[in-house]
Design a protein around this ligand. Sequence first.
Ligand code: 5GP
Ligand code: ZN
Length: 138
Amino acid sequence: MKPTNTNCIFCKIAKKQIPTDILYENNKTIAFLDINPVNKGHTLVIPKEHYETIIDIPEDLLIEVIKTTKKISIALSKISDGITIAQNNKKSGGQEIPHLHFHIIPRYKNDGLKYNWPTKKYKEGETQQLVEKIKNLL
Ligand code: 5GP
Ligand code: ZN
């Protein structure tokens, strides 16, 4: 059985159970306007099947989601000056809807949006330890 979640709003969108501004779909993915756009044209791309995060989704399906993300990005780039793509995972990662999605945000000169996350500093030797730790997890 295909993964689906009856309580998931994006599964409902994929099944056309709620009104949505759909830009594109194929048998594996669907792209639609975000209901609360950061800029006009802000689009979400999802797999039709329910997977929560980039960790969970099979690679071959992720490739399909990325292909649709590129297709939409090409179209949006023709009506904007740049494109920002974002993808959040888990609550702590800023994910509000637990069904994998890519945000494609068309950007405009002087649109006033900027990353303003505060940055941190590494201590002496800390990066070597961190690199080793992560490499061992690959
Ligand atoms: P997240 O924080 O999970 O990365 O982003 C979820 C996004 O889904 C938000 O930008 C939010 O505006 C959008 N969203 C939430 N509910 C709906 C909905 O019912 N329809 C549409 N089109 N977008 C939604
Ligand atoms: Zn879902």
